[in-house]
Design a protein around this ligand. Structure first.
Ligand SMILES: [Zn+2]
Length: 129
């Protein structure tokens, strides 16, 4: 059974984005496996470029995790509600950022705190392809 509050629309958007991220990661899985194998043999062998690649991948892995969390919330029925203040997140924001956990106001507060170095609650990851 699907809800009739437009939830399936976001479900589709999340699955689409998930596919995009996985496709992007898939291209690099072989390289990554090789880098891991190489570092087994000789830790110092990893080039600066490879290291940067793995860091870039981290953003995609993080996005993947956020998408999965959003799909869980969708299933649990609390999707689209700010995890911080429990106000509804605007549809405009959800359309741009279907894995958003926070409303715009909380996001701005968290982003500010993030700059101060407080890291207990990370702001929503903004990822554009
Ligand atoms: Zn909020």
């Amino acid at each position: 059974m699907h809800g009739n509050n437009g939830g399936s629309l976001y479900h589709e958007a999340l699955l689409d984005k998930r596919k995009d991220v996985l496709t992007g990661l898939g291209l690099q899985v072989n390289e990554l496996a090789q880098a891991v194998r190489a570092s087994d043999e000789d830790q110092a062998q990893m080039s600066h470029e490879e290291f940067l690649n793995m860091r870039l991948n981290k953003i995609e892995w993080d996005t993947l995790r956020l998408i999965d969390e959003a799909l869980d919330r969708l299933q649990a029925g609390d999707y689209g509600t700010c995890l911080r203040c429990e106000e509804p997140i605007s549809p405009k924001r959800l359309k741009a950022l279907p894995w958003a956990k926070y409303c715009v106001r909380c996001q701005e507060k968290l982003a500010k705190r993030d700059q101060d170095g407080t890291r207990d609650e990370a702001p929503d990851l903004v990822w554009s392809s």
